[in-house]
Design a protein around this ligand. Structure first.
Ligand code: HEM
Length: 196
């Protein structure tokens, strides 16, 4: 396997750093729940960023930075899943009882998180070349499960936090980018000619 480029190595270090700081906090005696919100936050931020890369590439098809982002979309997507896994692990450790964890699933604020996690795990499990070859056109369809996962994460966040501002500010960039893509698509001369 080829050695990662310098920029990929730096990116990976930056993506791992928050987890290292959270583990250091836990190792220095912080309670498990101290890591629930920040890990959920990172998972949501990385998920939003990953879903922003395709529309950015559509809007800036010639630019080198969107090409750089596109070729590292898998790293961002897998990081979002790994922070969601970390989030789930510290949540379960902080509750400490399986019966309470299962009881909690009845609440919309929790089952939205569980389903989002299940969808992200499905997408992460096929984020490799072998699965891509094996699944053919189904691969892209399954990858699109990241969108309902994002919507469920937003619902999870809105149901848990007192203020909706922060959660909605995270959703706005993806929504804005896709609206910009749609506008560009339907305002192109080709699209307009088709409408005539
Ligand atoms: C697997 C099932 C999940 C469970 C049981 C769970 C549990 C929780 C809990 C208990 C909180 C509240 C923490 C607090 O206020 O102290 C929380 C907040 C949060 N979770 Fe989850 N979560 C799950 C999945 C996810 C996933 C998949 C994501 C993102 C991809 C996510 C993102 C968040 C965010 C962004 C917050 C709010 C953080 C904040 O208020 O700053 N969660 N979660």
């Amino acid at each position: 396997m080829a050695a990662p480029s310098r920029s990929t190595a730096v990116l990976t270090l930056l993506l791992v750093l928050p987890a290292v700081l959270l583990v250091a906090g836990l190792a220095s005696g912080e309670p498990w729940r101290f890591a629930i919100r920040p890990s959920g936050d990172f998972a949501a931020k990385l998920l939003v960023f990953t879903l922003s890369i395709s529309p950015l590439r559509v809007l800036f098809p010639q630019s080198r930075w969107t090409a750089w982002l596109m070729s590292r979309r898998r790293i961002f997507g897998l990081s979002a899943f790994l922070y969601a896994l970390f989030h789930l692990a510290v949540f379960c450790a902080s509750i400490g009882r399986l019966d309470w964890i299962l009881e909690g699933m009845a609440f919309a604020s929790m089952w939205t998180g569980w389903i989002a996690f299940g969808l992200l795990a499905t997408v992460a499990s096929i984020s490799n070349a072998a699965a891509m070859a094996r699944l053919g056109h189904w691969w892209k369809r399954i990858q699109r499960l990241a969108y309902p996962a994002a919507v469920l994460t937003l619902a999870h966040w809105l149901l848990l936090s007192r203020s909706s501002t922060e959660a909605l500010l995270h959703a706005a960039p993806v929504a804005g980018l896709w609206i910009a893509c749609g506008t560009r698509r339907f305002s192109s001369p080709v699209a307009r000619a088709k409408l005539k």
